[in-house]
Design a protein around this ligand. Sequence first.
Ligand SMILES: [Zn+2]
Length: 62
Amino acid sequence: MPRVLITCSGCERPVYTGLTFEQWFTFDWVDVQGATTVCNACGTANRWTKDDAYLEADGGGD
Ligand SMILES: [Zn+2]
């Protein structure tokens, strides 16, 4: 299951939001009020919406 990632505004690394592709569709509130995810690498609290997020490639091959 692909994970939902954002790009950290502090270190520009991918940060896992805690959501997966399946959960993505149930999180309409992200569009309304945004969400905040703290980067594990640098500690930056990134405020984001669905426009900022993307899906990680599943990487499972065929
Ligand atoms: Zn960071």
